[in-house]
Design a protein around this ligand. Structure first.
Ligand SMILES: [Zn+2]
Ligand SMILES: [Zn+2]
Length: 347
C-alpha cells in the first residue's frame, strides 16, 4: 500500500481540504495511474453532501480521471507504462451476471463498484480521482487517443459517456430531432455528440445566456424554457429529449414536446420523484426512460468517437486551492462548461 496526496472531504458539510488516500499495492491485473487531470462532476458534490445516502468519511471523490500508466501488474496485457489512460465512474463489477457479460457493467446485478464511496473487493471504501495516483483493475481502465487534448479528457469519462450511451441506445442519428435540456457539463457534451451523430439538435435552457455557445457546439436551435411560448411553439417537435439537469422540472410540460413515439430520457439525478400525467404519455405514444453512464466497451467507443470527430469538452482548468470555490460555482451553474483540476496541485 502507498499513501498519496489527495483532496478529502472530512465530513458531510465541511469544506474539502488537502489530505491523503491509501492505494493498494499493484496486483497482477492492476494498473497504477499517475493522475494528471481530474474533472469535477455534480455527482461528487451530491455524494459528499449526503444527497444520495450516507457516506464514510474522510472521502476523496472524483470519477473523471485522466493520467498516465506508471506501473502495471505481471498479468496486465491491455496497458503499458507511459500509456495515456482514463478511469470513469466504475472500477469493477461482478463480471458474471447477464449485464456484465453483455458489456453493461454499469447495470451489474450485484451493483458495479463505484470509483469512490463504493465497497471494493477487499472491503475497503473506494477513493476517487482528486488525488495524484490511483490503482485500478486493467479491465476498467480506458485507452485515451492522443489526439484528444490531455487536459480535456477527464470530463469524457463521466459527462461524455453519460450522454453518449443514451444517444446511441435510442439510435440518434441523421434525421433525429433531439432536444438537450440544460447546457451544463453533461448538456454541452450531449449537444456536441448528438450533432456529430448527425442529429438536428435543439437546446432547451432556462435562459438564452449561453445561446452563442450552444450554437457553436452544433445546436441548430436554442430556446429559453423560462419563456412559456417555448412550450407552445415546440409542441410535438422532438424524437428524443435528453434531460441533463439535476433540479426537478415540469416533466409533463417537456413530455408534450415529444413527437409520435418520442422518448424523454433523463440522465440527471434529481432525488425528487417525477410526476407524470398518463394522458400526456398516451398522446403520441410517448415514452419516458433513464440511463446511467455506459459500459466499459461503450466508453472506449465514445473516446474513439470523440477523437475521430474532434470532440472535446469545454473546460476551466483550476488548481486544488480553488476547489471549494469551484464546487460553489458548480452548484450555481456558473462553469464553462466543466472544471478540471490540475493534479499537479494536489501535493
Ligand atoms: Zn459524474
Ligand atoms: Zn455483474
Amino acid at each position: 500500500m502507498t499513501t498519496v496526496p489527495a483532496i478529502v472531504a472530512p465530513s458531510v458539510e465541511a469544506p474539502l481540504e488537502p489530505g491523503t488516500v491509501t492505494r493498494r499495492a499493484v496486483g497482477p491485473k492492476d494498473v497504477r495511474i499517475a493522475i494528471a487531470w481530474a474533472g469535477i462532476c455534480h455527482s461528487d458534490i451530491h455524494t459528499v453532501r449526503g444527497d444520495w445516502g450516507p457516506q464514510t468519511y474522510p472521502l476523496t471523490v472524483g470519477h473523471e480521471i485522466a493520467g498516465t500508466v506508471a506501473e502495471v501488474g505481471a498479468e496486465v496485457t491491455k496497458h503499458a507504462v507511459g500509456d495515456r489512460v482514463g478511469v470513469g465512474c466504475m472500477v469493477n463489477s461482478c463480471r458474471e451476471c447477464d449485464a456484465c457479460r453483455a458489456g453493461l457493467e454499469q447495470y451489474c446485478e450485484k451493483g458495479n463498484i463505484q470509483t469512490y464511496g463504493g465497497t471494493d473487493l477487499d472491503g475497503t471504501i473506494t477513493q476517487g480521482g482528486y488525488s495524484t495516483e490511483i490503482v485500478v483493475d486493467e479491465d476498467f481502465v480506458l485507452r485515451v487517443p492522443e489526439s484528444i487534448p490531455y487536459e480535456k479528457v477527464a470530463p469524457l469519462l463521466c459527462a461524455g459517456i453519460t450522454t453518449y450511451s443514451p444517444l446511441r441506445h435510442w439510435n440518434v442519428g441523421p434525421g433525429t430531432r433531439v432536444a438537450v435540456v440544460g447546457l451544463g457539463g453533461l448538456g454541452h457534451m450531449a449537444v456536441k455528440i448528438a450533432h456529430a451523430l448527425g442529429a438536428e439538435v435543439t437546446v432547451l435552457s432556462r435562459t438564452l445566456s449561453k445561446r452563442e455557445d450552444g450554437l457553436a457546439m452544433g445546436a441548430s436551435h436554442y430556446y429559453a424554457t423560462s419563456d412559456p411560448a417555448t412550450f407552445t411553439e415546440l409542441k410535438g417537435s422532438f424524437d428524443v429529449i435528453l434531460n441533463t439537469i439535476s433540479q426537478s422540472l415540469d416533466t409533463n410540460a417537456f413530455l408534450k414536446l415529444l413527437a409520435l413515439d418520442g422518448t424523454f430520457i433523463t440522465v440527471a439525478a434529481s432525488p425528487e420523484p417525477i410526476e407524470i400525467v398518463e394522458f400526456t404519455l398516451q398522446n403520441n405514444r410517448r415514452s419516458i426512460a433513464a440511463s446511467t453512464i455506459g459500459g466499459i466497451a461503450e466508453t472506449q467507443e465514445m473516446l474513439d468517437f470523440c477523437a475521430e470527430h474532434g470532440i472535446a469538452p469545454e473546460v476551466e482548468i483550476i488548481g486544488a486551492e480553488q476547489i471549494n470555490e469551484a464546487w460553489a460555482r458548480v452548484l450555481a451553474s456558473d462553469v464553462r462548461f466543466r472544471f478540471v483540476i490540475d493534479a499537479a496541485t494536489f501535493g
